[in-house]
Design a protein around this ligand. Structure first.
Ligand code: NAD
Ligand code: DAU
Length: 342
């Protein structure tokens, strides 16, 4: 008899959760995957189209904050593993409207963990971010975030993610909830919502529109291809030590200006499109991950560098103009409604 595991993946209609669903459903045909997503503006069922009819995949349209619905789902499905990607994820939106970030990112995490406690699971995994460590100075390239770097947040988004991390650790210590936390650096790759830097720049450059660079463009981000984030989470969930935090990153630090110029060069577009705009409030200066722990303890190695990952990402965007245009036109929301009617 085949040993089958059942996974709950939350936020699977979003960028990273969607890539993770694709990866897991295709890599583990003998395991079962249930995706729950509230389909906010960032959720897109078209992202799940390639796997939506696979026999080992099921989509449930639900909010992780809906306690009754979440508990019912746990009772029915009896999950072995729960992986929580669902979140409000855009820093700029958290500056405009913090409340929904606290609701989904903190209270949603609490609801899921309460269900895990009640119905029992093998492992709860919280997908967190390097932003919980705050930022590093631009003039100290020798400094990196380790798992022991103190939590020190800047935006309502990062404060909500850090709060969730602390809650996960509290549930582990107080209730013995089996759990792990991963903190990853900036992702890029297929199905990236075009409000974030890389897909936004590709979209605007293709349309010969001005490219908005916050402040001077000197802020540094550490870019990891989403595929490598997926393999890291898979490894942590299966082999990571209970109660541990794992940093994920591949030492691909670039200034925002370097990222934008690379994209312009690949697309054959002029640098004159670059437009400096008002800086983001509280803008973190530099993120840089030390991934030594996951590499030495679990043997994880990224497949892509920024140089090898950015080309295919631009190509994906060029080849999936429909997916992007449906977001810009709002067509993807209509697709969702029709999908449900069907
Ligand atoms: P995203 O905004 O693209 O997707 C989030 C998904 O969660 C969407 O499908 C949305 O509909 C869903 N969602 C939102 N609120 C929900 C709710 N209340 N109930 C159910 N579903 C809900 O985000 P992303 O970039 O894919 O990020 C996924 C996770 O990874 C987040 O937890 C984020 O903090 C973390 N993370 C992101 C990055 C990055 O570079 N994007 C890096 C490190 C960590
Ligand atoms: O580090 C991980 C985090 O990366 C995740 O936790 C977040 O969910 C994810 O959104 C991302 O946050 P950032 O704020 O780093 O990503 P964003 O793409 O919004 O911005 C990247 C950098 O580019 C940042 O320094 C701000 C800048 N920027 C962004 C936009 C959208 C611009 O200069 N112009 C822009 O128009």
């Amino acid at each position: 008899m085949i040993n089958m595991s059942k996974f709950l993946i939350t936020g699977g209609a979003g960028f990273i959760g969607g890539n993770f669903c694709h990866y897991m459903v295709n890599t583990y045909p003998n395991d079962q995957f249930v995706c729950i997503d509230a389909l906010t503006y960032a959720g897109n069922l078209e992202t799940l189209e390639p796997i939506i009819n696979k026999p080992n995949f099921k989509f449930v349209h639900e909010n992780i904050c809906n306690r009754d619905a979440v508990f019912k789902l746990f009772e029915e499905e009896k999950f072995d593993y729960v992986i929580n990607f669902a979140a409000e994820s855009h820093v700029d939106r958290s500056i405009e409207n913090p409340g929904i970030f606290l609701q989904t990112n903190i209270m949603g995490t609490e609801t899921l963990m309460d269900a895990c406690r009640k119905y029992g699971i093998k492992r709860y995994h919280q997908v967190s971010t390097d932003e919980v460590y705050g930022d590093l100075p631009l003039d100290r390239p020798d400094l990196f975030f380790t798992e022991n770097t103190p939590i020190h947040t800047s935006s309502p988004y990062s404060a909500s993610k850090a709060s969730a991390d602390l809650l996960v650790q509290a549930y582990h210590r107080t209730f013995g909830l089996p759990c792990t936390i991963s903190r990853c650096s900036n992702n890029y790759g297929p199905y990236h919502f075009p409000e974030k830097l890389i897909p936004l720049i590709i979209k605007k450059a293709l349309a010969n529109e001005p490219l908005p660079i916050y402040g001077t463009g000197a802020n540094v981000r550490d870019w990891l291809h989403v595929y490598d984030h997926c393999t890291a989470i898979d490894l942590i969930v299966r082999k990571g030590r209970d109660g541990e935090v794992y940093n994920i990153g591949g030492h691909n630090e670039r200034t925002n200006l370097e990222v934008v110029k690379t994209i312009l060069k690949e697309l054959g577009k002029p640098e004159s499109l670059i437009t400096y705009v008002k800086d983001r409030a509280g803008h973190d200066l530099r993120y840089a991950m030390d991934p030594t722990k996951i590499m030495t303890e679990l043997g994880w190695k990224p497949k892509y560098t920024f140089e090898t990952g950015i080309g295919p990402t631009i190509k994906w965007n060029l080849e999936h103009q429909n997916w992007i245009n449906h977001i810009i036109s709002g067509e993807y929301m209509r697709f969702m409604k029709e999908n449900y009617n069907r």
